[in-house]
Structures are given as C-alpha cells and as structure tokens.
Design a protein around this ligand. Structure first.
Ligand code: ACO
Length: 355
C-alpha cells in the first residue's frame, strides 16, 4: 500500500496589509463590528497575480521538502480566483517553478478547494500513478470585492499555501477523508457576472461575491462538525486522539462553534483569521504551514481539518504527520517588493466601485 506523506510546506502572504481601521475609511464599518462579529483584525492584498503567489508558496514547500521542481509529477492548484482560465493557472506555476516533468491542473471547490485537491493528489499517489506532487491553494479574493459593500469588503484577503506530497510505504499523510456538496443551497454563495452563463455582448458590470451570511454560518458549523465526526469514525479515532484542529478560517465564531460541538480545547485549534481574513481555499494551506511554524504540529501529530464553501462544498480530512517538523533547506523564494500600502493598492478599485 502506498501513502502520500506531507514532506514540505510553505506559504506566501503578500506584504500589503489593510487593518480594520484602514477599511473603515473605505466602507461604513468599525474595528469593533468586524472584530466582534468575525475575529478579523486585518487582511492582506496582493500586488501580484494568483500564479505568482502560488509559485512562491510552492517553491518554499519544495525547499522545505528538499526536492527539486524537476522531480514533481503533478502541480495541482486549488483556486476560485485563477490568473487565467485558458491556459490554466497551474501551467504558469509549472513554468515558473521549472517543473517540466509535471502534469498541471487547476481545481475549484471554493473554500473547500485545498482539502479536495489534497484528496485528489493523495489518491493518485496511493494508486501508484505518481510519486510526487505539489498541492497549492492560492487566492486573490480582493479581485472579487465590491469595495462599496461593507458586508463583503471586510471579510476576505489574498494569499497562498502549499504542501509537497511524496509516496511512502509508511501510514502517513491523508489517512481518512470525506467530502461532499449540498447543491440545493448553491445560490446562497456565488459570484455574479462571471462564466459562460453571462451574455458577454451586454454591459455586465463587475464580477462580485454575493452571500447570505447567517445561512452560511449555520450550514458551515453543521457541515464541518458532521464531516469531522464521519472522518473520526472512518479512522476509528476519538477526538482525544486529535492533537491539532485546522479549520477553514471564515469567521472566528464559526470556528468556536465547531470547537464547542466537538469539545476541543483552545490550545489544539489553529486560528489565524485575525491577521489574514478569509483567503478561501488558501486558509487551511496557510494555517497548516503556520501550525508547524508555531510548534503546534509535533512529530507524528494527528491533525483534523475541515472546510466549507461555495457549492455548497464541504470536506474533512485526518492527516498523520511524519517525523520532520523543520525544513530540509531554507528557501530564498520571495515576491517582488511592493512599494504601495494596502489602501494605495485598492485605491483605483475603490474609486470605480464608489462611482
Ligand atoms: N460593518 C458594520 N455593519 C455591518 C457590516 C460591516 N462590515 N456588515 C453587515 N453589517 C450590518 C448589517 O447591515 C446588519 O445591519 P441591520 O441589522 O441594520 O440590517 C447587521 O450588521 C447584521 O448583519 P448580519 O449579516 O445579520 O450579521 P452577522 O452577525 O450574521 O455577520 C457575517 C455577518 C460576518 C457575514 C456572518 O454571517 C458570517 O460570518 N457568515 C458566514 C461566513 C460567510 O458568509 N462568508 C462568506 C464566504 S463563505 C465561506 O467562507 C464558507
């Protein structure tokens, strides 16, 4: 039996930051409202493309694993904000990495995208089809934001995270998982004015995100905690066996509600929504990387992760970590410098939305 161990991890968060105080100069909101309703204090906005964010996260994960891009069999990019649709974003990442021997594919399950992609790449390794993959979740959610609408302007951020998977005979990596989609509610979270359903010969306006927050909130809590229960049953584990919970970061109150339902102690739950907001598919990839950096993930750790997003897709995964929690080599991969502040970066978009 083959397994797919996570041997490398990396993240790339763009440097330009927009605090709650900053965003209160753009829409009618306050730090008090955003902090108390969501747990978010800041978000980062990107000066580069989704593909560039993805490439730096992937290169850092490759350096962490100590392998060369040429040894990869698969570059899989989970995103709902692709830089380009044809050619796909993964092909640009493959080119930038120099992963000339790898297949390159995008996948989209919105906020559940990283766990879906992790499941797909793991299955290919377990089937013996490939030996090494990099699974990347990269998003530029700021591109979808209508900066005149306070409900969505405060919630989202940009960023990327990646893991390298390598075939092993040891029972490591993704060992149990469950994913699904409740399509009866797909309309409560969607992007308007995007895709081949629209008439491209009519003036269509901006592509922007629409959602029914309180409905998503309830379904996210129920969906993610139910999926975690299913995965624990599948793995024949109890919650006491879980060392770290890495949930999708959409709202701190959603995370706390799941934590309460599952009865998980505070120090086992990875939270970084305060600094990054909701980066859609990238939240779990970034959080997993930071959980290792913070020392929460120890050698041999049992990790539970759960996600929920547009579709309405959901997924949960049980991951068994290997022995190494430090990088094989330090990475020198960096984004180009960003001379602008976060507010300067979004100024043109804000002006267009306020017209
Ligand atoms: N600042 C100030 N007031 C605001 C803001 C804001 N940024 N946004 C909304 N409000 C107001 C509303 O206008 C409303 O005012 P009213 O009572 O006078 O009409 C009031 O706050 C309450 O609005 P609700 O939408 O009921 O607020 P709620 O407490 O539900 O919080 C939120 C909204 C944060 C979106 C919450 O519902 C949520 O987190 N939902 C789930 C996450 C989500 O939808 N994410 C989208 C991506 S999906 C995903 O990642 C899974």
């Amino acid at each position: 039996m083959h397994y797919a161990e996570i041997t490398g991890w990396g993240k790339c968060v763009p440097p330009a930051r927009i605090s709650n105080q900053d965003i209160a100069t753009v829409v009618d909101t306050s730090d008090e409202w955003i902090s108390s309703r969501t747990g978010i204090k800041a978000r980062h906005v990107s000066h580069v493309s989704t593909a560039e964010l993805a490439t730096v996260a992937a290169q850092r994960a490759l350096d962490c694993a100590g392998i060369d891009a040429k040894d990869l069999d698969l570059v899989l990019v989970a995103t709902c904000t692709p830089s380009t649709v044809v050619a796909n974003t993964a092909s640009e990442v493959q080119q930038r990495l120099g992963a000339t021997g790898a297949a390159a594919c995008d996948s989209n399950a919105a906020c559940s995208g990283f766990l879906y992609a992790l499941q797909m790449a793991t299955a290919q390794i377990q089937a013996g089809m490939i030996k090494r993959a990099v699974v990347i979740a990269a998003e530029r959610m700021s591109w979808y934001i209508n900066w005149a609408r306070r409900d969505s302007a405060v919630l989202f951020g940009d960023g990327a995270g990646a893991v390298v998977l390598e075939a092993t005979e040891q029972a490591l990596g993704l060992l149990a998982s469950k994913s699904g989609c409740d399509s009866s509610d797909r309309s409560i979270l969607h992007i308007e004015n995007f895709g081949s359903n629209i008439n491209k010969y009519e003036a269509i306006g901006g592509s922007e995100l629409h959602f029914v927050g309180p409905e998503i909130f309830k379904r996210a809590v129920k969906g993610m905690s139910g999926a975690c229960d299913d995965v624990l049953n599948q793995a024949q584990l109890s919650l006491d066996d879980i060392d770290v919970l890495v949930p999708h970061q959409a709202n701190l109150r959603i995370i706390q509600a799941i934590q309460q339902r599952l009865k998980v102690e505070d120090d086992k739950v990875m939270v970084n929504i305060d600094e990054y907001g909701n980066t859609s598919a990238a939240t779990i990839a970034i959080a997993l990387c930071e959980a290792v950096e913070r020392g929460m993930i120890k050698p041999g750790a049992n990790i539970m992760s759960a996600a929920f997003g547009a579709g309405l897709t959901w997924a949960a995964s049980y991951i068994k970590w290997g022995q190494r929690v430090t990088p094989v080599r330090q990475s020198s991969a960096e984004l180009p410098p960003c001379p602008q502040t976060g507010l300067e970066l979004i100024a043109d978009a804000v002006a267009a939305c306020q017209k």
